[in-house]
Design a protein around this ligand. Sequence first.
Ligand code: HEC
Ligand code: HEC
Length: 324
Amino acid sequence: MNKLKRFLSFLMILILFVVISITSINVSARENQQEISPVSRGAQIYDDWTVVIPNAPVPVGNNPIWSRQTNNTRSGLDTWRCVVCHGWDYQGKDGAFRSGSNETGFSGILEASSKDIASLKAALDGTTDSQHNFTSILTDEDVESVITFIQTGLIDDNEYIDLVSRKVIAGDLNNGKEKYQQACSSCHGEDGTLATFRYEGTEVALGTLAIQDPWRFLHRTRFGTARAPEMPLGYELGWTAEDSRDVVYYVQSSFPTGFEAMENQPVDVEPVENLGGPAQNWFSGIVTAFGAMATSLGFAILLGAFFVGIILLLVWLLRSRQSK
Ligand code: HEC
Ligand code: HEC
């Protein structure tokens, strides 16, 4: 009896131990979903440290530097994000944020990529500009990652994306397609519409982002987005900046963008019935007739509902008369 008790409590402890270790393995696996290099981590901090840094102290109100401009109406946490001031193309007032609602007039950091660690540290800890101080948010390690990103991860987007037309310059479509299908289509789908995300207040798919904000697309293809921690990062896959550019190019030129209606209207208008004489064209005639029926189907349903309503009303009137 005593033996059985001891055995049972031993068993209980064993089970408890196994359960605890399994759950803790699970938790830590979720926390570091991907081991990423300091460059990518720095890039994600640059994008949105509020999501990347666990339990980061959240500053109240706007960044004090924000009041040096009046055009951009964002407020709160956004005004503490590096990218909001310096841009997805790292060029600030000289790049994509040179005009429009994102304009702040703040300078870029592209030229800072050639600066040494000490002066970049001085830029971030308030030494250079007392209001440009991120030491209460970023740990030393975070700052080092950001500096590594600035020194080795920055690219001149003007070599890849036309600043005015937003079109990718000199991309390789086949390479982009191959890379996309290898690493991206499992979640985003063959035409990029399987997953949606928020962009400027609406849910959009990849094709829309690629033509609206190819700079953000390129940055997040290279370094990911903290909002999708399971997403593979181009940089970690060993892709060059050109490989990531090619993916943006493929998406930009092949995927639905949400703007087709405007672009394709002139083509759609060409009437099918005018292709030849009526004698050879009985088939397209039938197709057109079916087309017309299909489009009027919606109206027919409405009409049907209307008549059913009237019949019901009549029945109701007759019955209420009978009962009098
Ligand atoms: C509210 C806007 C704003 C935010 C947010 C911001 N910066 Fe800056 N940054 C500036 C301005 C303006 C300058 C120009 C010099 C100055 O006044 O400090 C600057 C300068 C810099 C410089 C020095 C550039 C040079 O050429 O020496 C670096 C590097 C830099 N920022 C990186 C960052 C990083 C990294 C973050 C995020 C952790 C960040 N900034 C967040 C506005 C901002
Ligand atoms: C494991 C699934 C998964 C894979 C694989 C994946 N993504 Fe994503 N991706 C997501 C999810 C989920 C989102 C939406 C995140 C959100 O809601 O903001 C997203 C969002 C994006 C965005 C939009 C980010 C933004 O600006 O808001 C881009 C661009 C993107 N993915 C590109 C890619 C590319 C390029 C690849 C291939 C290298 C890829 N993704 C592979 C899951 C994935």
